[in-house]
Ligand binder design. Sequence first.
Ligand code: VG1
Ligand code: CO
Length: 543
Amino acid sequence: MTIQTIATTPFAGQRPGTSGLRKKVTEFQQPGYLENFVEAIFLTLGDCAGRTLVLGGDGRYFNRQAIQTILRMAAAHGVAKILVGRGGILSTPAVSCVIRKHGAFGGIVLSASHNPGGPDGDFGIKYNIGNGGPAPEKITEAIFAHTKALSSYRISDAGPVDLDAIGTSRIEDMQVEVIDPVADYAELMGRLFDFDAIRALFASGFTMRFDGMSAVSGPYAKAIIEGMLGAPAGTVVNAEPREDFGGHHPDPNPVNAAELIALMDGPDAPDFGAASDGDGDRNMIVGRKLAVSPSDSLAIIAANATVAPGYRAGIKGIARSMPTSQAADRVAAALGVSCFETPTGWKYFGNLLDAGLATLCGEESYGTGSDHIREKDGVWAVLFWLNLLAASGKSVNQIVEEHWARFGRNYYSRHDYEAVDAGAAEAMMQALRDQLDTLAGRQFGDFRVQQADDFAYTDPVDKSVSSRQGIRIVMTDGSRIVLRLSGTGTEGATVRLYLERYEADASRHGLATQEALAPLIDIAEQVSQLKQRTGREQPSVVT
Ligand code: VG1
Ligand code: CO
């Protein structure tokens, strides 16, 4: 075994987006492409002597190969020890959990999350810091700067490590420990939730379907929900992580999890439905004929946090991403705790959680989590709901309707225009920015604009500023239109249009969401000319 220095030249475009570097598999397969980015991570980390790292991914195509490369590069950079999930598998929340539990210096997660996988799909890589959370912008920008100036990378010429057997081996002076990907995570869940109550719920005949979407959360859900909580075998479906996610688009929303939605809408619906995404950090909660809006789910979890043993003492605060509905704000106000509004992406929650300013966090994109780790956590959210269903004896629908009756309903929807021309999307955003100053005070039908801006965030802990985080048009009644460009897509640009309307009157809580939002959809089009500019008549996905 020797450490080699291989000459390389920079690749353009290795700037991490909302959640790491995501590109087509074919781009990652170019010689040196993965190596360059990993070298840039190690150059950013500096001296790795004595340090432990965690490594794993969502099992998608190219995962195993990338893990072998990263192991050999970690050894070449003097890492003391690396914990890698068996089979190269670790969900994003499990990486966060393992980093924290084992006091690791950081971790590398291989995933393009909700993006499709397979040879023609996407691959991704992100770095998590010692608190278990995604690297903040300061670090991702430093990594990007290194990618632009590389002339070589270092790698050991050692052979492949057996990833399928638990145990310890060595590359150069680095110890490689293959760990059970589920054990640490399952133990943490057992401390947060009332497993006895959930076991009793299943024993009483309660039925559920968890759709793993052939992605990484399957093994976690199977071990915990069927194994530890006694749900009948077959409760967790599509539980085997597959390299192409079995052709599924591993994004848990009513469009991509159509089979689960059809089941929950039909005569044989179980009591509870749930799904998670490619890397296990997202969740969708479904009742009979009701997909719970992720923004509502965050608010409901916050309002009921104390049913779970891990949150008995109450919550310190809530944080939500800017486009996420303001349903959680109402709960925070009722509880007398702060509600923080951050840019999109979990990395912005880390400081708030570390400082003890927030306990619960959420995003409209089917992401919910808490201070138990520093990533959003799909199985955690599902277990919270199970705990709530067990403790209350109510159905999902009852819980949601009672929540709306108490706090009012925030009708909410996101319209995605995927893979549109990047230049046209940028031009649309610029045109919106250019008219921001003229929007305040304008009347559109029943709505009057109170405020229009390009969202900027100052982190309350380290005072770092993130600007241009999305156009926000806020109406005097609190309704909102938000437009931003995705930072996780790999083809052209994806425009996200977010719509929100508040309705206090319970007699008007039964409207169809798109109907309730129709006037705001019209205003968004008038202001942005989205359809004309992108040449699209309809959004590609409505959630
Ligand atoms: C999307 C979501 C965002 C989420 C991010 C990563 O980002 O909108 O809320 O944090 O994906 O989720 P964007 O920039 O495409 O809107 V995941 O499950 O990919 O780690
Ligand atoms: Co994800």
